[in-house]
Each structure stands twice: as C-alpha cells, then as structure tokens.
Design a protein around this ligand. Structure first.
Ligand code: GLA
Ligand code: ZN
Length: 710
C-alpha cells in the first residue's frame, strides 16, 4: 500500500490549530510571543481566517489583507504552514444590514436577526456572490504563498433555511428528481393518503413547523435537499479556489456522526476529509474506555468517507470545552492519548481549537494551548508540547493508512427514515447507538471496522454487518447478495429492508428486494417491548452456545438494554435464555435458513430469532431481536473465524490500531486505564520510547506506544 502524504512540505504530521490573530491586532507583542510559543510547542501549521470577514472586509468592497499577509509570512519564516480558511462561516454586520436575504429563515418562517454564526442561507445569490468575491481575492493574494498548504472552507456546515430562495430551489430540485412529473412525486410520496396530492411543484413547501410534516417522502427529500444545497454551496466555494490555485487541496471540517447532513454525499467534493473531535471525557454515564471506543468509532466513520487518503482531525480541545453540560478538564495524560488515538485511527493531523484564549465573548473560557496567563509553563501547554515531540518521533507513519477486512453499513438516509417513521417505540429506536455498540464489540475483538454506505463497494471486506438497515438504496440488495455469493460473512438485524429509497414499503414480505431469498426468512411482525417487558433468545446451535452467550443483564457494557433488565438475571427469562431481548423482537417465518436460536418467551416462544443461510462459503446471518451487542459476540467470532480474520482480545480499555504503508507497519497501543497493563504478543521497536519489545508490551497508566516490526 503506497503512502498518501498529504503535505510533503510539513514532513510528517500536521500539528496546529485555529489561530485568531485578528483578535489581537492591537497587541503586536502578543502576536510576536505567539510565534515563539508555537515553536516551543512543536507547532507546524495554523488555521487562520476562519471568522475573519469583518477584519478582512470591514466595509463593503474595502479589503484589508495586509495583516493576514504579515501573519502568514511570519508563520512561514518560522517554519509554520498555513491552512487558510474562507470566512463564510460568519457574516459581518454590514452584509446582513444591506443584504437581509443572507440571513436564514427558520422553520417557523421567521427571518433571523443578525448575529451568531453558521446561519447563512445556502441559496442566497447575493451571499454566494459576496463569498465568491472574497474567496477569489484570498486565493489570488495567498494561493501562491509557499506557506499555504490547504484551504479550509467555511466552518462546520449545518442547518436549514426556509426562505423563498430555498423553497424555490427545493422545488427545482424535486422537479429535476421526479422528471418534472408531479405524478411521479405523488406516487413516491404516497400523497393520496389524507388527500395530500399535489397538482404541481409550485404547491410544495418544505416541512414548516406549522405546515406539512406528515408526508415521510417530503421530510426525507427536505433532508436530502439540505445536504445537496449545502454541498452545492461548498462546491461553489471550492470551484473558485480551485480555479485560481488548482494545486491546493480543500477541506471542510465535519462534525462526527452529525445528523443534519449526509457527509457521504459531500466527501467526494472535498480533497481531504477533516473533522472536529470533542469527546465528553470523564463523564458520569460511561467508562473512559467507552468514551474512547466511541471516539474510535467516530474516527472510523470519518476515515471511511475517503478510504484511500488519511483524514485530518481539524479541531480538538487542548484542555476543556465550554459548551458541554459539565465542562470538565482532561486529566493529565488524556490529551496525549486522545491525540495519538486520532493518529492511530488514520488522521494525519492533530489540530486544536484554539491556539490562544480570547479575552471576551462566547469562547473566552474554551480551552486553548495558551491560557489567559499567557505562559508556556501551564499543564496544558506542556502536554501540547509533549504531543509536538511525540508527533515528530512518529513522523514516518504519516501517509500510511488503516486497512481492514470488516465493515459496518451505516446510511444517513436510513437514519433519517428510522427517526421519522411512525412505528416501533419512539424513544427506543437508537439506530446510532446500536451501530456504535456493535462496532465497539468488534473492536473489543481486535477488529477496527470501516463504516461504509450500503451501496458502496464491498470488495475490500470479508465481514459485513448491517444493523437496522430499514431502508434499502437501489444498489443495496444486489450489493449484499454479491458479497455473500463471493464468500462474505454478512450479518443483518431486525428491521432489515422494510422500505425502498423513497420510504415506500416493500410488498410481499420483508426484507424486500430479493433479501428474503438471501437470508431465507420473512419477517412477519415486529413487537416493541416496554421497559418492563423482557424476553430472551435460547441458542439452539450447540457451538454458539458453547462459545458462551454473554447474556447482557443489568447495565452491561453491551449497552442498549432498557430498564428492568436486572430482573432478568433472577427471573424467568434468565433461566431459559442465553441472550436478553429488549425493545424489539421480530417474528419470523423461516423459509430455508438454519435456526440458531429461538425466542424464550411470549406467544412467539420457540420461533426463530437467530438464523443463518449459507451460500457456498458465504453466510447470511439474521438476528431478529435487539440484544446487547456483547450477546452477539459468539456470532461475531464465528463470522470472523470463517473469514480468516484473527480475533485478538486486549484488556478492557486498551486499544490497538494498525496503520501501514508499502513497507512499513505501525501498531498503535493506547492504554485508557489508570492501571499499568501488560499486552502479550507484541514484538518490535516502540518508536515512542525506543524500547525493543519481545513478546510483552508494558504500558503504564494512560500510556501509549507505537510499535514497528524490527
Ligand atoms: C466548533 C467550531 C469552533 C469552536 C469549537 C468549540 O468545533 O468549529 O469554531 O467553536 O467548536 O469547541
Ligand atoms: Zn434560504
């Protein structure tokens, strides 16, 4: 595997973050000091200009780039590269005053007042024009500067606008999608229901709070449109930048599993994927290991958006944030772990929000590398400088990639459809949580799964899991069939294939689109359980049973168990069942699949709950009920064994990720526990400590290691 070096100039990992010199232009002493401190912290890149519009263009048509030029020059002279942002994430007052159409209209139909950020209309022609003028000037002025390595477009795209421009574009988007034929739309949206038929596209309105919200097709298309329109805005910015400087890559900073935009649709239009990582460390609802594993899931999601190039961690908090419910400081050592985790998962950067704490306004108490104290002897500064050193030591790993043989299917469309469907328990759908819990369980078995779209190329994978894949995209069923037919191990769960990509139910039994034949089952009913209800699954397959059903009673780490589970340990279900069933149980008709487990209770007691249909070497497993992810472990192990993927269980709280290039391989070990651990089966040289490891890697509390083969 060839290395994909993002920035050859940097010579390793990018280490830097958001820098706001425009807030300190009256303090040249501080700007001077910044550079000294940056060098001391091992910083090699800064992201500038993110919210600088009111300083770059204080009045319409009056541009001031001198200060920025000075900053970029000074950084460069000191070996620090620039990630140059476009300032479209927040608008100056003059712009909103003169062009009110740049301000968003909310779901109530009210135009917002000036203020805040991330709240422009994506459709406004004037706003797009103003942004284009600014972006062109920035690219012309700075694009040939040797210090500028990347463009950072806007900031954390999000939100919707219900203004007239957006409504018009929405209608145009729909007309295009449905071939200008309103009857096609009426059919797809099932509008004859409640007399909702439209006569023409002009009658369609987005889902205003006090308007049409009962047509699932409309709700979903509005979400798809919002992604399309946001991406169109982003593409327009990228096009201007690329037209002046085609050689400079662009990115837009994403926000983990953000619900408002389908990032998979946006990723192809950026050169590099980047994201902002703010885990809630040290919270009171989960272990630190759980927080870490969930973060690993988010990194994997970002990594999988562009699988052949490293991603970037564009932001993270050096100490704490200021917007969580409880803003707890990271304990000593956690910063290093968190930064190294990003790299371990495939990031080629460790970047922060923010370099220096501002004196006033909303983020004055948000963590920063440089505190209000302004010194280099703070705990946080020292921990950042330590990361700077560490990144230098592991620099040869830059450009390598994480490659894995297992994938989880996750679709934003599916997520939106599940959220919106009027079925199941409204509080207990938990699609994202279910995916995360299953992902973590594979991770505990040493498998670092990619997270890909259901219609994406599955040829790199031998194991695929498809939790709650309610909506099938046009290519999904064929994709899954081809995967199993070539010998892949596939696992799907309850809720598979109820609707097509328009949210119309399949007729003739679920799962639709030929998946009944692939799995050999039909799902006839789905039962939703109250928190006090419980059921179980008895494994009828001896080997699975012997492998140990890890019945998740109580608040087990398998998560997703509803209340009342403690009772199951002493109750009826526990005596009979191997796996606990909570929240959902589908009732199946088995056509030609092997039954591996049956329900323990209720009127469907004894009917199939876990099945498998083989197709040559390939297997299609179906788990019809929600169980704890840990319950399913024996099934996961069987799939991995059949796929020839070795299982490696590390102590709880210890992570391992592998990055590799054509000739090199880096095993990253992270110990998120406050105990020292000894990890067997490790050989090579730890390039963090320089130690040779033969068999056992000794990691201190919160320790890290990067082991290369000798
Ligand atoms: C986001 C934004 C930053 C900053 C941080 C604070 O990620 O992009 O501008 O507000 O949050 O955590
Ligand atoms: Zn708008």
């Amino acid at each position: 595997m060839e290395k994909k070096i993002l920035f050859p100039q940097v010579g390793g990992f990018v280490h830097g973050g958001d820098y706001n010199p425009e807030q300190w232009l009256d303090r040249p002493d501080i700007l001077e000091e910044d550079v000294r401190l940056m060098k001391k912290a091992g910083i090699n890149s800064m992201s500038v200009g993110i919210f600088s519009w009111s300083v770059l263009e204080p009045a319409e048509g009056e541009f001031h780039f001198e200060w920025l030029e000075e900053i970029i020059d000074r950084l460069y002279e000191n070996g620090i590269y620039t990630v140059l942002a476009t300032p479209s994430g927040a608008r100056p007052a003059w712009l909103d005053e003169k062009y009110p159409e740049a301000r968003r209209v909310n779901r109530m139909g009210m135009r917002e007042h000036h203020g805040g950020r991330h709240n422009h209309c994506m459709s406004s022609p004037v706003y797009r024009e103003k942004v284009a003028v600014m972006d062109r000037k920035l690219a012309e002025k700075f694009g040939s500067h040797p210090g500028v390595i990347m463009y950072h477009i806007s900031n954390e795209f999000s939100g919707e606008c219900y203004c007239d421009h957006c409504v018009k574009r929405f209608r145009g988007y729909l007309a295009e999608k449905y071939d200008h034929d309103i009857e096609k739309l009426n059919h797809a949206w099932w509008t004859t229901f409640w007399s909702h038929r439209y006569n023409n596209f002009e009658q369609i309105e987005p889902p205003f709070v006090h308007g049409e919200t009962s047509v699932m097709g409309l709700n979903l298309e509005w979400k798809r449109f919002t992604t399309w329109n946001t991406n169109d805005f982003m593409k327009a910015e990228a096009a201007v930048l690329h037209s002046v400087t085609p050689h400079i890559p662009v990115t837009a900073n994403l926000m983990r599993m953000f619900g408002g935009l389908d990032y998979r649709k946006m990723a192809p239009d950026m050169d590099v994927v980047s994201w902002d990582n703010y885990p809630t460390f040290h919270n009171d609802w989960e272990t630190l290991a759980d927080t870490a594993y969930e973060t690993a899931f988010q990194h994997a999601l970002m990594r999988s958006l562009k699988r052949d190039v490293p991603f970037m961690m564009m932001e993270s908090a050096p100490g704490l944030v200021n917007w969580q419910k409880v803003n707890k400081v990271k304990r000593p050592g956690i910063h290093r772990l968190s930064c190294l985790q990003a790299v371990a998962c495939g990031s080629d950067s460790v970047q922060y929000f923010q370099w220096r704490k501002g004196r006033g306004s909303y983020e004055q108490f948000h963590g920063a590398v440089v505190d209000h104290m302004g010194t280099d002897d703070t705990r946080i500064f020292k921990e950042v400088a330590e990361v700077g050193e560490l990144l230098k030591r592991i620099a040869p790993a830059a450009g390598t990639l994480v490659k894995t043989k297992a994938a989880m299917l996750f679709d934003w469309d599916n997520r939106w459809a599940i959220e919106d469907m009027k079925a199941l328990g409204q509080e207990t759908k938990k699609y994202e949580e279910t995916c995360i819990n299953i992902w973590k369980e594979f991770f505990r078995l040493g498998v670092d799964m990619d997270i890909v779209g259901s219609d994406e190329d599955l040829s790199p994978y031998d194991v695929v899991v498809a939790p709650m894949l309610y909506m099938l995209q046009p290519g999904t069923a064929a994709n899954l069939r081809a995967f199993v037919e070539r010998g892949g191990q596939l696992l799907a769960t309850y809720l598979l294939g109820y609707v097509d990509s328009e949210q119309l139910c399949y007729l003739g039994g679920f799962p639709g689109d030929g998946l009944k034949e692939l799995f050999g089952i039909v799902s006839e009913e789905i039962d939703s359980l109250y928190p006090a209800d419980r059921n179980g699954i008895i494994l009828t397959d001896d080997a699975l049973r012997a492998a140990g059903g890890a019945m998740s009673c109580g608040n087990s780490r398998g998560g997703s168990l509803a209340g009342g589970t403690t009772e199951c340990c002493g109750g009826q279900a526990e005596k009979k069942a191997d796996w606990a069933v909570v929240e959902y149980a589908e009732i199946l008709r088995v056509q030609d699949a092997q039954v591996l487990g049956t329900y323990a209770d209720d009127f469907y007691q004894g009917s199939a709950a876990v099945t498998c249909k083989s197709h040559g070497k390939g297997n299609a497993y179906y788990v019809a009920a929600r169980t704890g992810a840990a319950d399913m472990r024996p099934l996961f192990e069987r799939m991995l064994a059949d796929a020839g993927i070795s299982v490696r269980r590390l102590p709880e709280g210890v992570e391992c990720h592998v990055r590799s290039g054509e000739e090199d391989r880096y095993e990253f070990y992270l110990n998120w526990t406050k105990e020292a651990v000894s990890v067997p089966g490790v050989e090579g040289r730890d390039i963090v400590s320089g130690a040779q490891i033969t068999d056992r890697l000794e990691l201190p509390a919160y320790g890290v290691a990067v082991v290369c083969p000798l």
